[in-house]
Design a protein. Structure first.
Length: 337
């Protein structure tokens, strides 16, 4: 029998918010890699992820891990195939996102991507996954719009930060041209649609209160992690081969590999927590709540000095954005169904 925790609404909402705080912590690893190939880091991350998820799956579900996949495949093969394909797609998008984050920084890149995803992702979750009985879809969109406004406030803060740093005597280490900025924005738009594959997969293939025909949590996560591993090998693995950099990966010390391992555990640890909560709440509720991960990106941007030397109005805009993140999350979390 597959492991199914007994959750309350409050516990499930806390799990989503906690998972969102875990997701974006691994982007800070980029600041410690030095000259080490980012693709080597990426491969380590997803090797760690696939081992971690399958191990947790067998520990908690035992034979039911494979049994559930087999049973669902016999009835509807697409429910099993979609997580595998979606894993490849969203990881491909994330690989490009790593370039974007490294180019223009955490606090500017995340608002750009989130502003594209917020309403489209919520719509996909509602249409594909369904809306829980008694839950107001207009209220979900209202909260999503508030989160979107929060994103734009933090984006404006990031834009003004760049302008201030261009004239400051002490330059921030993160420097880029307007050409780099527009190229990163174009890539952010492109990769956002890859990221929606994750939301579609979660809404379509996960068994939840609004989707009775899907997979149990850990079988779903094992398939997603497998697709993600394949995606990392098709992207980063191919680049490492073409650049003849595999020797750098094999010879790297643990002091470098630890960042990929740590990131993999946090990334898929957050995914597992989020997916258990989604099975209880439905994806249309958990998806917009997950956007609060952008709030934590702003905190990490501050902690790592991306706002150093910024004028007061930047911090005012940033504070308004952070407050709106809390308001949007509160509207969703305070609704009972």
């Amino acid at each position: 029998m597959n492991f199914v925790p007994d959750l309350s609404q409050g516990t499930a909402i806390f799990m989503v918010l906690f998972a969102a705080s875990m997701w974006n912590t691994w982007f800070i690893s980029l600041k410690y890699l030095g000259d080490y190939p980012i693709d080597g880091y990426y491969v380590t991350l997803f090797i760690t992820s696939i081992i971690f998820v399958w191990s947790v799956g067998f520990i908690l579900d035992g034979e039911a891990l494979i049994g559930n996949m087999r049973d669902v495949f016999a009835v509807d093969p697409s429910r099993v195939i979609v997580p595998l394909v979606s894993g490849v797609m969203y990881v491909t998008g994330m690989r490009i996102t790593l370039y974007i984050f490294a180019t223009i920084g955490l606090s500017l890149a995340q608002p750009i991507k989130s502003s594209i995803n917020v309403l489209v992702g919520t719509t996909v979750a509602a249409v594909v996954g369904g809306v829980p009985e008694g839950y107001s879809l207009p209220l979900i969109y209202t909260a999503s719009l508030i989160l979107l406004v929060a994103i734009f406030f933090t984006m404006q803060a990031g834009r003004l930060r760049i302008q201030a740093q261009e004239s400051a005597e002490e330059k921030n280490k993160l420097q880029f041209s307007m050409r780099d900025l527009w190229r990163a924005i174009s890539l952010a738009v492109f990769t956002s649609f890859f990221g929606l594959a994750y939301t579609f997969s979660l809404s379509y293939s996960l068994r939840s209160i609004t989707q009775p025909n899907g997979l149990a949590v850990l079988p779903y996560m094992a398939l997603l992690a497998t697709g993600a591993f394949v995606g990392s090998m098709l992207t980063s693995g191919t680049l490492l081969t073409r650049r003849k950099q595999w020797s750098l990966v094999f010879n790297a010390p643990f002091s470098i590999h630890k960042f990929g391992i740590w990131s993999g555990l946090f990334h898929y640890g957050g995914n597992i927590i989020h997916t258990y909560a989604t099975a209880f709440l439905s994806s249309v509720v958990s998806f917009p709540l997950g956007l609060t991960g952008g709030l934590w990106v702003q905190f990490w941007g501050i902690a790592y000095g991306e706002y150093k030397g910024s004028p007061r109005r930047v911090y005012i805009l940033l504070s308004i954005g952070i407050l709106l993140y809390f308001v949007g999350a509160y509207i969703i979390a305070s609704t009972n169904f």
